[in-house]
Design a protein around this ligand. Sequence first.
Ligand code: DAH
Length: 339
Amino acid sequence: MKQQILADTAAAKTPEQVEQVRIKYLGRKGLVTNFAKNADFGKFSPEEKKNFGQELNALKIFAAEKIQEAAERAAAADSVQTNKHRQADLSVPATGNYKRSGSAHPIAHIQAELETIFEGMGFCVLDSPECETEYGNFESVNIPADHPARDMQDTFWLQNEMVLRTHTSANQVRALKRFGAPFRGIFPGRCFRYESIDPSHENTFFQCEGLMVDKGISVANLIGVMKTLLGEIFKREVKVRLRPGFFPFVEPGFELDLNCLFCGGKGCATCGDGWMELIPCGLVHPNVLHNAGIDPNEYSGFAFGVGLTRLAMMNFGIRDIRYFNSGDVRVLEQFRPLV
Ligand code: DAH
């Protein structure tokens, strides 16, 4: 039996073969397990039984040891085989997901497009901070502490008394102080408001502020620039309407609404009444020019705040604003990279 075990365990090369050997000898019906039964143990004398028991135990231990050794040899050989397969062959061309490249966020696409359009009209593009002083976000643009307009913008206040800017208008005075008049510039960026989130409201969204200050700027210049902008973005005639609107930093102020591109103006879940509020705008309030050290009797200007996020929704047909900050790759991978 020992000879037989040695031969079988030597011949077993894979874990499966070793397992077969184990079953053959030590399994429930194995040769060693059932050796006593097969040997007619009942007929042995007490002396014979004792010797036989000791021999049988030794045989069990022998079998278990040899099988264990064979199992270890087989496992080692197996892992060498596996690792051989695992070694990367760097000459094999990449397949499937390896070909995926990143893409630019829809907001980045719209922002890049706006920058190109405005640069074409002689505007500079300025970067700006997302945390503002209370003065920058409110007072500089003619919103004093007791002004009801502060309630129009639910604000995240920071512990150091700064705010997460509620609008990119916060840069008007900063830019004018830095560059003086005449000035043409846009300030795209992220804004924050303490809002409940639904398909058309987000607490984190993007705007693009624009500002033009020069001698003799009027509503005609404002309308001209807005028409150029929308014509270039939508690559077609779009319907817009101008309504009076109140914003403390412009006088007069307007709401420029875009006829909804989803429903054609009939009214839908995205727009409500057929019009998307798109570009609030107006002529720069004399107090703002004054805050920037510019004489309102000499210069005038217009300002506008494009809802970049809304514009991206209309342009790409994205019906729910919540996709923008979701980080959902299935949304993002539909956009190409920026080149
Ligand atoms: N800052 C305003 C807001 O976020 C948008 C705005 C309105 C900007 C009128 C302007 C403007 O420049 O003229 O609600």
